[in-house]
Design a binder for this molecule. Structure first.
Ligand SMILES: C[S@@+](CC[C@H](N)C(=O)[O-])C[C@H]1O[C@@H](n2cnc3c(N)ncnc32)[C@H](O)[C@@H]1O
Length: 396
């Protein structure tokens, strides 16, 4: 569907909550409910549809590596299909938007501060020609790690997080990857990255609670080989020669490439995650220097809300929102579209509205609001309902 011309001066207003009014409601059955849209009918309906998707998607490389708070692949797919041209995601995370743009035959680009985001995005959009060398190298490395019984260096940050034989197998895999050919190394690092949380005592990517698990000897090396074969199979189905550019950079200052027609992104919600520190086990195993300067550039981090308090950290998040939206909108071409997927933040156990600051920032940046859609999503952990939104602006 092509974008309609901007004949809609002002969409009818949706209920927008003030950040002092968390507006909690009792949760109901799972899934998006009460989906509504306003503004341009067709584009509003596309965004409303985007909010209905849930559950796992195994298409292409989507299922390869966990990444917190990813946009739903089908949401990215329907929005890209409705908006022509080159696509840019300034907070690209695990690369969902870039992969969908690539699958739709579009030019795709993205930035993120996290080296793990960059590694995962590159692996998920890799050249299919790398599938065969990936499989061969991973078979060799897994066999070596499974059978070698010699001491190996385990990074300090990882010592309490693994059974000794598991740490040893991962250490041997890491040492083997260092000696592999440079063309296939990034994919091997991405495969190692995909298993180091699962093999640890850590509950998940987003929780550093310990839950002891036992992995029989040899099974970590086998898991590595299995994940590498899985990635090989997945990338074989990707288009070759696709143009996907990723950069480690700050969305507040790094504009999209000049040809960009669609900025599609899900920025960090205020106070929900610490995207950069949560990757500490991966930095340690992959020999990545934790990106110190980037830590302070992270938008909306949970730790900033803890350290500064709710009012100051929320003010910072609003200023950062103004900055990244202004930078991205400056780089958009005329008539280009920006679609922002944003939801309630979580501050001091209370939900806060992130929609109104986002809409205000888009207007300040000179974008016309074309349409928006919202859906209620039950948050069972807090017995509450979080509201998720898609907002579309057009550069006049
Ligand atoms: C909600 S996640 C994006 C998830 C992504 N849409 C996906 O589908 O995987 C937000 C991302 O913003 C990144 N981030 C936070 N502050 C940033 C900044 N100033 N510039 C660029 N990226 C930033 C985090 O590292 C994280 O990957």
């Amino acid at each position: 569907m092509a974008a309609k011309s901007p004949r809609h001066p002002e969409p009818p207003s949706l209920p927008v909550r003030d950040d002092d009014d968390p507006g909690l409601r009792v949760s109901g059955p799972p899934g998006a409910r009460d989906i509504r849209h306003a503004g341009d009918d067709e584009l509003g309906a596309v965004m409303a549809e985007a909010l209905t998707f849930e559950g796992r998607v195994d298409r292409a490389t989507h299922g390869f590596h966990t990444y917190p708070a990813g946009m739903h692949p089908d949401a990215a797919k329907v929005i890209i299909a409705a908006c022509p041209g080159a696509v840019h995601d300034p907070f690209c995370g695990g690369g969902t938007v870039l992969l969908e743009a690539m699958l739709a035959g579009r030019k795709a680009s993205g930035t993120d501060l996290s080296p793990i985001a960059s590694l995962v995005t590159k692996a998920r959009t890799a050249d299919p020609a790398l599938a065969t060398p990936l499989r061969a190298a991973s078979r060799r490395l897994a066999e070596l790690a499974r059978t070698t019984r010699s001491p190996v260096e385990v990074p300090e940050a990882c010592r309490d997080w693994y059974e000794p034989h598991v740490a040893e197998e991962i250490g041997h895999l890491r040492d083997g990857i260092r000696a592999e050919d440079a063309t296939v190394q990034p994919l091997l690092w991405a495969v190692l990255s995909s298993i180091v949380i699962k093999a640890s005592y850590r509950e998940s990517d987003t929780s550093n609670r310990k839950s002891p698990v036992h992995r029989p000897p040899g099974t970590t090396a086998i898991l590595f080989h299995k994940k590498a074969r899985e990635l090989g199979r997945m990338i074989e189905g990707l288009p070759s020669g696709a143009e996907v550019l990723t950069r480690l950079d700050d969305a507040r200052v790094c504009p999209p490439p000049p040809h960009t027609s669609l900025v599609l992104t899900s920025p960090p919600y205020p106070g929900v995650y610490d995207y950069l520190p949560m990757q500490q086990l991966r930095y340690a195993w992959l020999g990545i220097e934790p990106p110190g300067r980037a830590f302070s550039a992270e938008v909306g981090s949970r730790r900033s809300f803890r350290a500064k308090g709710r009012a100051e950290a929320f003010r910072d998040w609003r200023e950062d929102t103004d900055r990244w939206i202004a930078t991205q909108s400056q780089g958009l071409r005329r008539n280009g579209l920006m679609v922002v997927n944003v939801g309630d933040g979580l501050v001091g156990g209370r939900l806060v509205d992130a929609l109104s600051p986002t809409v205000q920032a888009m207007r300040k940046a000179g974008l016309e609001i074309v349409a928006r859609a919202s859906a209620d999503r039950p948050d069972h952990a807090r017995n509450a309902v979080r509201i998720e939104h898609m907002v579309m602006g057009r550069k006049p």
